[in-house]
Write a protein that binds this ligand. Structure first.
Ligand code: SAM
Length: 271
């Protein structure tokens, strides 16, 4: 299933994202992602599709006060949450509204461009990569983190199937969107076509630690773009939906709740 969806959250979605998705998924992922990137003290870093800013915030203590963090995202709601978060290490951070395919940044202004779980959502992926190349200094680094296909994500597989049964195919497709660029060959081709060189793509698996499914599944769904559709279901259907997802995740239960794997690709390349 090929899906391009801007993964836009509305209303209180950005706060819910920061509260639930970031600690259980995006923050552990950012640790793994940044481990793969040769960031240096003093680097000027651009975080494309920064969302609520977790990658930029975690890069800040690595680049230190001589460095700089700029985040760009289409969604003002996500940026408003990013601006309220503390950035440690005395680093200047600047959160800008903009489209990845027309970055609001000067040519050759950054040493490193990061993009965690953003590229798959862009309708103009090639244009976005060409923009990343434009804003990098010669010899600068781009690093992209993009989920592998949905069959490497048991939570989304289970949730998409239950949504198809109880909400509709449209809602299920939105949960497929984060996994629309799972093909490592296509990722390499896109980077090469944009003009990047020395492309290295690795695979990594994070473990999503979650509270018991009766608590964590409603929270997780509320912090995705299908949240409003799930909230509009009657309470019996909502309970059935959660019970069916929990049943499919039974193999991942432990004493604390759920521990579920999710696999990503990490691509690093040079200008
Ligand atoms: C799954 S979130 C990832 C956010 C963040 N990188 C993180 O790790 O938490 C995807 C983000 O991509 C942003 N986005 C989608 N299309 C975009 C575009 N064309 N230009 C800039 N941002 C975009 C969305 O607004 C959303 O914040």
């Amino acid at each position: 299933m090929t899906v391009i969806d801007g993964w836009q959250l509305s209303g209180a979605g950005a706060e819910t994202y920061e509260r639930f998705q970031v600690p259980s998924v995006l923050e552990p992922l950012a640790h793994t992602f940044l481990d793969a990137v040769p960031l240096r003290w003093g680097d000027r870093v651009l975080d494309v599709a920064c969302g609520t800013g977790i990658v930029g915030r975690m890069a800040a203590p690595i680049v230190g006060p001589k460095g700089r963090i700029v985040g760009v995202d289409l969604n003002d709601g996500m940026l408003a949450v990013a601006r309220r978060q503390p950035v440690v290490g005395g680093v200047r951070a600047d959160w800008r509204q903009g489209d990845a395919s027309a970055l609001p940044c000067d040519d050759a202004a950054f040493d490193v461009v990061l993009c965690q779980q953003g590229l798959q959502f862009f309708p103009k992926r090639s244009a976005a990569l060409e923009e990343m190349l434009r804003v990098l200094v010669p010899g600068g680094i781009v690093a992209l983190c993009v989920w592998q296909s949905i069959d490497h994500s048991p939570i989304n597989t289970a949730a998409a199937a239950a949504l198809a049964r109880h909400v509709g195919e449209g809602a299920a497709r939105r949960l497929h969107a984060p996994f629309a660029l799972g093909d490592r060959g296509e990722l390499r081709r896109l980077l090469g076509a944009a003009g990047f060189r020395d492309i290295v793509i690795s695979a990594a698996v994070i473990t999503r630690r979650m509270l018991p499914p009766e608590i964590s599944i409603p929270q997780a769904l509320a912090s995705t773009p299908v949240g409003p559709q799930v909230a509009a279901l009657d309470i019996v259907t909502q309970t059935t939906l959660v019970a069916e997802i929990a049943r499919d995740l039974e193999a991942y239960r432990d004493a604390d709740g759920l521990a579920v794997p999710q696999a990503t690709h990490i691509a690093v390349a040079w200008k």
